[in-house]
Design a protein around this ligand. Structure first.
Ligand code: ARG
Length: 461
């Protein structure tokens, strides 16, 4: 059994089950690259500051690089007795290069080491999330642009409300996801702070150069308080919150894709590549991918609550509780990356059934508001106009007619202010294009937003 670095204080071996119970190596081994990267920077700093010798540093760095290669090749044997990735790597280093390997941990604690590893990991992952988001945002812009002429019913309460452009609907998700992107990018600034040098909690007695380590590892800042450096995980929780919001948005989008691809709506056709069949009903094509992403939203919310609860009321500084931060964080990142990746591929492959959307938009008296607005422009107070059109709609329902099918005489039964020009206002195109102010669904307004969005996307860091 491997010797524990902290064995000196103890006279009895750890209980076998406790050893397994307290170990994190099962999940923190995936931090190996960051752990080694951080150790190399730390060793270089120690040598620069004369805390260890230059030759010693060379031996340590070479040893660490060999360990990295070994792990990457799948040849490294992780030991539960050595608890976590930090002690596994260190023990292996000492085994390889001898007692000089034991100098690596000078002026460092696992407490600042683990904080460093998580920050390095998250910095990398958030950058990947940003790139996946960019791909999805671009796919949305492309689809919106391609289908700029397609009119669909807009809903409130899932009841037909007003006609809108399909592109406008897609651009609503663009806006949501653009804000999600901002949140992740913002969080990156707070992730990118060096905790190493905090020591166990109080700093270190050695003359370290934290600014050098920060430069080596690409950190924009050095943490200003050693207690804070080892004991907060707010940057990770923030990321979990951004992820929860993102998944909430994706889940709504998924829900709509599921509805739209049903036989009853028939607005879109999802590519076969993103659906599965039924083992009993031969006609079925199920929208599994959107359903699964919708479902995965739950675990991302759960992970956020787990992280918040984990950190609640913890006294400063490090507490073993904090080892529990990794699994929820990893799971959130994995889930978000997987969901974004598949989403970005699914969006361009959507088949748009423009005629079905149009037919649906023409139903449900979707241009009733336009008739009311028409009356308002003739000087009728809006409340009165609303009442008039309400009665007109009831008449339509009784006769199973849509508004554009009424004759002028029929319209005039409800208001003498309605003339033949009403037909210029009750068509789908007229209704959509009348909403031309910024943020409206008129084709010109949507086109402006698509162009603007494309420019902004090109400029985002
Ligand atoms: N495995 C630990 C974690 O993930 C590393 C830090 C341990 N520090 C300590 N003092 N036990 O949080």
């Amino acid at each position: 059994m491997a010797e524990k670095p902290w064995q000196g204080r103890f006279s009895q071996p750890t209980d076998r089950f406790v050893e397994e119970f307290t170990a994190s190596i099962g999940f923190d081994q995936r931090l190996y690259r960051y752990d080694i990267e951080g150790s190399i920077a730390h060793a270089r700093m120690l040598a620069r500051q004369g805390i260890i010798g230059g030759a010693e540093m060379e031996q340590i760095v070479t040893g660490l690089k060999e360990i990295l290669a070994e792990i990457e090749a799948g040849d490294f044997e992780f030991s539960v007795a050595l608890e976590d990735i930090h002690m596994n790597v260190e023990a292996c280093l000492i085994e390889r290069i001898g007692p000089v390997g034991g100098k690596l941990h000078t002026a460092r604690s696992r407490n600042d080491q683990v904080a460093l590893d998580i920050r390095l990991y998250l910095r990398d992952e958030v950058k990947t999330v940003l790139s996946y988001l960019d791909k999805l945002l671009t796919a949305l812009l492309d689809q919106a642009e391609k289908h700029l002429g397609v009119i669909m019913p807009g809903f409130t309460h899932l009841q037909t409300a007003q006609p809108i452009l399909f592109a406008h609907h897609l651009m609503a998700y663009f806006e949501m996801l653009r804000r999600d992107r901002q949140r992740f990018a913002e969080g990156l600034r707070r992730i990118n702070v060096l905790p190493l040098g905090s020591g166990a909690l109080a700093g270190t007695t050695f003359p370290i150069d934290r600014e050098f380590v920060a430069r080596e590892l690409g950190f924009a800042e050095v943490g200003r308080n050693s207690l804070d450096g080892v004991s907060d995980r707010d940057f990770a929780i923030e990321c979990g919150a951004a992820a929860a919001l993102l998944m909430m948005h994706l889940s709504r989008f998924c829900e709509e894709l599921i509805l739209w691809s049903s036989a009853d709506f028939g607005f879109i056709e999802l590519s076969d590549a993103f659906c599965t069949g039924s083992s009993i009903m031969p006609q079925k094509k199920n929208p599994d991918v959107p359903e699964l992403i919708r479902g995965k939203t739950g675990r991302v919310y759960g992970n956020l609550v787990a992280l918040l609860t984990l950190m609640k009321s913890l006294p400063l500084a490090y507490n073993k509780d904090m080892q529990e931060d990794k699994e929820p964080l990893f799971d959130t990142i994995d889930t978000v990356k997987g969901s974004l990746k598949v989403f970005a591929d699914m969006i361009p492959a959507i088949g748009v059934k423009a005629e079905r959307m149009r037919q649906a938009a023409a139903k449900g008296f979707s241009t009733a508001t336009d008739v009311a607005d028409y009356l308002v422009r003739k000087g009728i107070p809006f409340r009165e106009a609303h009442e008039v059109v309400g009665r007109t709609v009831r008449y339509c329902i009784e006769r199973e007619k849509e508004l554009p099918a009424l004759t002028v005489e029929e319209f005039r039964r409800f208001s003498p202010h309605i003339d033949a020009d009403i037909y210029d206002h009750v068509t789908l195109e007229a209704s959509v294009n009348a909403r031309a102010a910024t943020g409206g669904t008129a084709a010109a307004a949507v086109r402006r937003e698509i162009d603007r969005a494309r420019r902004e996307l090109d400029q985002s860091p």
